[in-house]
Write a protein that binds this ligand. Structure first.
Ligand code: HEC
Ligand code: HEC
Length: 272
């Protein structure tokens, strides 16, 4: 377990305007669409105001690919990750494991999801500061405030939460377990159903970079968020003209976070 101080001392920026669309546009330079409402997170915001922004971020940045918010359903909701409704009251009632205080627990869940893996789940959650969510510091605070609001009163403000340490949190997986992405693509059977060449259909659509970019843009997602969704939760979006339910539904359980990230980075960045 890491203490909060291990993540670096909190600093106090004067005014921070977080332009979600600026980030998003960088991922989809070839497509134009109307930006979603711009999120402005400022230092003076109350915890309740931050929680409102945090809720939007959780919906926009792909968290709901794996999580659900189903009040009353208990930890096991319908998603591949824990049901986040009441996460705060659940921790308050004394769940074992992970850092003691709620804020420390939530911060670690976001920065280093592999450091403590909730019982009954696999280690597939990517660090929230890395792709696809890429939360900036102020966004992390807003998301923590929102998560606190699920079963408790939000209390954090900008500066109360440690900043992520400089290097992106390394997934808690031995380097040897992170196979080269091309090897993963073949050994997981992806290559049997997908070509990487534009326009070449096998059983599933070709996974060329431009095609993925267009499909992702049509879904109003970054390419990386779309890839995570397609691999972990193929039912969320089924490509037209292809047989539904053919793509295996269990990659979310078979891949660890490092393997998922390696595969997503490879497919998102490959030159066609
Ligand atoms: C690829 C699937 C996936 C994505 C995307 C994902 N998570 Fe998770 N998350 C999980 C899984 C699985 C767990 C349980 C295992 C663990 O603790 O790492 C988890 C655990 C958590 C927990 C601890 C929950 C508890 O009940 O103790 C929180 C909080 C959380 N995630 C928040 C988020 C937020 C916020 C995002 C978006 C920035 C996100 N997750 C994105 C899969 C995901
Ligand atoms: C048995 C065949 C099969 C295997 C194996 C398979 N897929 Fe798929 N995949 C499909 C089919 C069919 C679709 C289209 C229907 C759908 O969207 O579910 C698809 C859709 C996708 C999409 C969305 C593409 C788009 O343009 O809509 C992605 C991304 C993807 N797969 C990646 C992968 C990766 C990565 C692997 C390996 C980890 C994999 N698939 C393994 C059959 C497969």
């Amino acid at each position: 377990m890491k203490s909060l101080a291990a993540y670096g001392a909190p600093a106090m920026p004067a005014l921070v305007v977080v332009g979600f669309f600026v980030w998003f546009a960088n991922w989809i330079p070839q497509t134009r669409w109307q930006p979603p409402q711009k999120l402005a997170i400022t230092v003076g915001m109350t915890p309740a105001e931050l929680a409102v922004q945090g809720e939007t971020l959780v919906r926009q940045r792909g968290c709901m690919t794996c999580h659900t918010v189903e009040p009353g359903a208990g930890i096991k909701g319908a998603g591949r990750g824990p049901n986040l409704a009441e996460v705060a009251s659940r921790r308050a009632s004394g769940v074992q494991g992970g850092p003691g205080t709620l804020v420390e627990y939530l911060v670690q869940s976001l920065y280093e999801p592999g450091a403590y893996v909730v019982d009954g789940y696999s280690n597939i959650m990517p660090a929230s500061t890395a792709a696809p969510a890429k939360l900036g510091y102020e966004e992390v605070v807003a998301v923590v405030a929102y998560l606190q609001s699920l079963g408790a009163r939000p209390s954090v403000k900008i500066g109360d939460v440690p900043r992520p340490s400089g290097a992106p949190a390394a997934p808690a997986v031995a380097a040897a377990a992170i196979a080269d992405p091309r090897t993963l693509f073949d050994s997981l059977g992806c290559a049997g159903c997908h070509s990487l060449e534009a326009g070449k259909k096998v059983l599933g659509p070709s996974l060329d970079v431009d095609g993925l970019g267009h499909t992702a843009a049509a879904r109003k997602m970054s390419v990386e968020a779309f890839l995570v969704e397609s691999i972990v939760d193929p039912k969320a979006y089924e490509a037209k003209d292809y047989p539904p339910g053919v793509m295996p539904q269990d990659y979310g359980a078979r891949l660890n976070a490092a393997q998922l990230k390696s595969l997503v980075d490879y497919l998102a960045g490959r030159k066609s």
